[in-house]
Design a protein around this ligand. Sequence first.
Ligand code: UDP
Length: 715
Amino acid sequence: LCASSSGEKAEKEYDLLVVTVATEETDGFKRFMRSTNKYGVNVKVVGMGVEWNGGDIQRWPGGGQKINLLKQALEEHKDNDNLIILFSDSYDVIFTTGEEEIVGKFLQMNANLVFSAENSIWPDPSLASQYPKPENGYPFLCSGLYMGYAPYFWSALTYSDIGDKDDDQLFYTQLYLSPARQDEWGIKLDHLAELFMNLNGARGDVKLLFEGANSMLQNVKYQTVPAIIHGNGPSKILLNTLGNYLANYWTRAKGCLACGEGRLDLRSIQEKDYPTVMIALFIEQNSPFIDDYFNSIEDLEYPKDKIHLFIHVNVMLHYHHAKDFAAKWESDYVTTKVIIPAYGKSEGEARNEALDLMNQLECDYMFTVDSNVRLNNPEILKLLIEQNRPVIAPLVNIPDKLWSNFWGDINADGFYARSDDYIDILKGNRKGIWNVPFVSSVYLIMGKRVRPPNTPSFTSSVGYDADMTFCSNLRNKGIFMYVMNIYEAGRILNMEDVETTHLHNDMWQIATNPKQWEDKYIPPGYWEARKPDTDIEEVCPDVFKFPLMSETYADHLVEEMENFGQWSSGQNQDSRLEGGYENVPTRDIHMNQIGYERHWLYFLSTYVGPVCEKLFWGYSGRHFAIMNFVVRYRPDEQPALRPHHDSSTYTINVALNTQGKDYEGGGARFTRYNCSCIGLEKGWTLMHPGKLTHQHEGLPTTNGTRYIMISFIDP
Ligand code: UDP
């Protein structure tokens, strides 16, 4: 490399040797190597496989071992005048440029040795007063990044002895603070972060810079673009976030460039050789749409003879659901295990047990799905495995809400904090596989990476919930967690308003979990009918028919009514009504009797109203009703209803079962037009004007039982 700066060394050519210490191939190390490779920087890795004796240097002083390992590795270069050596930590460092720029910037500094600088002083704050005050920039030395001419580098490494557990930063601080050496050796700190950016305490100083095909980090405080970024101390989460972009992981022009890297292709593997997966289901609370939950698990496209099933069910409401599911698939899955409420296991204990079992069964993966998640992509398990990451969650959220299964950042107390890119990731404006500090609810973990050897408790600790404890342990171990928002995966349910006292509790979820509710209770044909340009069939003058309720909804409504069972007498006297008198009485049960009035009114205004306003152009009503009831017609009870007008602006009359199957006869005849609608399909409704023009009668049911749902809308 040719020096471009002025001065005596200007025309000389230098080689650059980048050296790091890494005793293990952590995720951080892999990220470091990815970044150096990206810019064609060769790295000498020292200490791989050696036992780490340098202490827990994220929290306590230590790290002297790095210097001792470097001494062993670099002695051969100690007299090489043509060599510049750059030392970099590697678990928490990302390169953002190549050798030429790095050497160029170094030469411009006119120093023999340059250390990175930071805002806080570590490990001995009492030394602060001895530091020379810089005109501008970060004042204190950080030993995670430094570089110099080989002879000076060697002199610095060897100026004194150091124990493995002693602090390397203190070692270099003392060197720097010795005034004689500082001058004589030409040691400088990179105060303005031209070369080295230490992130600790400098969150507000940096900003991602997206320049088309490049993502860089800018120091906005000193107007520099540092070459190498270090997440020292507690700034590792920030580095992880920045690492989602730097070294062209993701760029504005090309999106996620790193997403395809290191991928596993399951298509090239025969199913019999697929990795084994433990599916771990956690049902810790009463959960709506529990059938959909189990269906989504059984629908996963993955050979069942490669799956072990583990269920922790901690609420009685779902005891049988869990047991039945396990029994149904017992002979297909390799093993099944259900931990029932009677064992009194906490969520943390159960999660630990699942991890232990994964360990014992030597599963390649564990796929955790909590009962608040509804997956809707049967390929999701395969897709997650293919990403080949230690822990990866498919992004799911509560529809139209910011509540999701990942956190972009964490505050000092370990709780949720919003990252700058949280909403862009959540909404899919940026797609990729994102390194995040917390995932929950649904994620895949790689057994060989996460298997906790002799860890007493990976998932429970006082004051934090099981997920937070698990993720905090992962972070401390330097295991990266990712959230993937490339593929649709499903959703999280809102668990705030879960009814448990009805036969079909899901019916009550209409406003709490509308999307999931619609999937179950609104037929696809309804959405078609609602479109402005779709014709809706007019069966008699101003009598229209269209699909409104799914067959499931019709069934559930009838079953709820029969379960309640208090059908009216069909007499004119009716104590349920304000006046106590019904002119044209039916055998019926009102919605308010089963506690569904509020929900039904929401249904009318949300789903019925828009179609009415499409059909009867110019009408705009409240789409509200006082009379909402299910009618039962039977030959031996009340088979028919005499002609009458409804006390409504318009009426809906929904068929809740099927002519020819459940009953014979029946139907509605509009007397003024002598026009009948007979055999309306289950779940379909008639919609017609009420008060004046559309006098109608209920035709006799001649066999079986016919059910209809009636609302007199806008009375
Ligand atoms: N290191 C290592 N093995 C370990 C711990 C640390 O090789 O078990 C090396 C690695 O290069 C790492 C550096 O020491 O980046 C400093 O450790 P860390 O990044 O955890 O500390 P910090 O930068 O927060 O002081």
